[in-house]
Design a protein around this ligand. Structure first.
Ligand SMILES: *[C@@H]1O[C@H](CO)[C@@H](O)[C@H](O)[C@H]1NC(C)=O
Ligand SMILES: *[C@@H]1O[C@H](CO)[C@@H](O)[C@H](O)[C@H]1NC(C)=O
Ligand SMILES: *[C@@H]1O[C@H](CO)[C@@H](O)[C@H](O)[C@H]1NC(C)=O
Ligand SMILES: *[C@@H]1O[C@H](CO)[C@@H](O)[C@H](O)[C@H]1NC(C)=O
Length: 431
């Protein structure tokens, strides 16, 4: 009996302490919100855990007691989210690798997610030179700093890259706003203003120009934050983010067979590759072509990033995952599960049903994680549109990249179009 009373007294005292702490915390967090700085994690007192442990097995004394217990659980839950629940994920890719699709895996997560689609678009645009390229030195630093701020729900640096510059933090021009569920939800939706044209307007509800202060407030409330970008050149450049203890960031790098990427680009940007097609049909493809140089540059950047990631230097340990587009296309549910497990974010039924609706993953054949022949065929369709000569060029300039990711070389035209040979090797990447 005595032990029960002791526990109860300890419990009661702790509740008093907790109430006091709660007041302090809310005062502090009010201040933080006012200053619009990100909330720092609160440390749970070991005390409340002790209490919770005893409280659970303690006989219910009264309604009040149960209420107190529940409040205690709430309090502790809140602290847990703040302490280690919040995840920051950067989805890194290059164009034509299916990154918008994979980004949706996170965008569809639900109310706990703050997802941003290509915020660096504005930065790249602003830093584009008259020659058409970007100032690499300036861009590298700007990408890193903008990402760091955005993960902390601070839009101020990004604002300076939006053209025209937002007035009072309001902009009708945020690139692909409608691709972020979190930028179109009720709390971020301000009234429509007549006569203001919004190119990237929300589709789920009618909203006025985006109030970035509201976006920031919403961001601060979310448990998890994910940003997708095809603009970061080298993972190494993001080391300061990995070392920022406020973020506890993880990187998912999405890669795809460079031959398939090129085939896809040749369809999407046909004019740019007109010469290539002629060369492929007639003579040799010149290796010093600008596009070839770009291709090589891209392949090298992707490979160097992956090599750093797979090497797992101390600053990246446990923070890097490599995913091949081809595996996602063939085994979407399995890969999404892996990505969520890696990220530490709960894999909600909402995401699962989105994947089922938008892929051919189904329970029909051999289990939930089965794939259908169709998606495999889809993934290797490029083999019938890319001339062998061009495939050869890619193999020449991107050889080490193909090798690293497990994409088989083709030796001749026949092998390229032989459906019975898959060019995707089974490969497990360490993370
Ligand atoms: C616990 O939290 C939930 C949601 O955050 C709230 O609805 C509920 O009233 C809280 N319970 C108590 C006892 O404070
Ligand atoms: C590129 O950016 C750097 C740093 O901002 C600057 O010093 C340099 O002049 C820029 N180069 C060009 C070509 O604009
Ligand atoms: C933008 O949102 C903030 C926070 O809700 C609000 O204080 C501010 O007045 C809004 N700005 C405009 C111009 O409506
Ligand atoms: C592949 O999908 C198409 C339509 O998406 C369908 O008509 C066709 O029957 C499927 N083929 C196989 C082998 O499942």
């Amino acid at each position: 009996m005595r032990i029960k009373y002791t526990i109860f007294i300890v419990f009661f005292m702790a509740l008093v302490i907790m109430e006091k702490e709660n007041k302090i915390i809310s005062r502090v967090s009010d201040k933080l919100t006012l200053k619009q700085t990100p909330r720092t994690p609160l440390h749970p007192s070991g005390f409340s855990h002790l209490m919770l442990k005893y409280g659970v097995s303690f006989p219910a004394l009264s309604k009040d007691f149960m209420l107190m217990k529940r409040r205690l659980e709430n309090y502790s839950e809140h602290q847990e989210v703040m302490k280690r629940g919040r995840k920051h994920i950067l989805l890194l890719a290059t164009t034509r690798t299916g990154s918008s699709f994979v980004g949706e895996f996170f965008n569809q997560q639900g109310d706990n997610m703050f997802y941003l689609f290509e915020p660096l678009w504005h930065v790249e645009k602003m830093l584009t030179l008259d020659t058409g390229g970007t100032n690499a030195t300036a861009a590298t630093k700007a990408y890193r700093d903008v990402l760091q701020q955005l993960f902390l729900c601070d839009f101020s640096l990004l604002e300076s890259f939006i053209d025209p510059v937002p007035m009072d933090h309001i902009t009708p021009a945020l690139f692909r706003r409608e691709s972020s569920s979190s930028l179109c939800e009720e709390s971020v939706c301000s009234p429509v203003i007549k006569g203001v044209f919004e190119r990237y307007h929300c589709r789920t509800r009618r909203c006025g120009p985006l109030n970035l202060t509201m976006a920031s407030e919403s961001c601060l409330q979310k448990a998890h934050r994910v940003i997708k970008s095809v603009r970061v050149r080298q993972l190494e450049n993001l080391r300061p983010l990995a070392e920022d203890s406020r973020l506890d960031i993880k990187f998912i790098q999405l890669v795809r067979d460079p031959r398939a990427v090129l085939a896809s680009r040749m369809v999407a940007f046909a004019a740019k590759y007109k010469n290539w097609k002629e060369w492929a049909n007639g003579g040799n493809v010149p290796i010093d072509d600008d596009e070839v140089r770009k291709l090589k540059g891209n392949c090298d950047n992707i490979r160097l990033s992956a090599e750093v990631g797979l090497r797992q230097p101390p600053w990246l340990r446990g923070r890097y995952m490599l995913v091949r587009y081809e595996d996602i296309a063939r085994f979407p549910m399995k890969k999404a599960t892996e990505m969520y497990r890696f990220s530490g974010i709960p894999f909600t039924s909402q995401v699962k049903s989105w994947i089922l609706q938008n892929t051919q993953a189904s329970k029909e054949t051999s289990g939930v994680y089965s794939t259908q022949k169709n998606s495999s065929e889809q993934v290797e369709k490029w083999r019938f549109s890319l001339p062998f000569k061009i495939a050869q060029v890619v193999q020449r300039v991107c050889g080490p990249t193909l090798k690293l990711f497990g994409y088989k070389f083709v030796r001749n035209e026949k092998m390229l179009t032989d459906k019975s040979i898959s060019l995707i090797e089974d490969k497990v990447f360490n993370f």
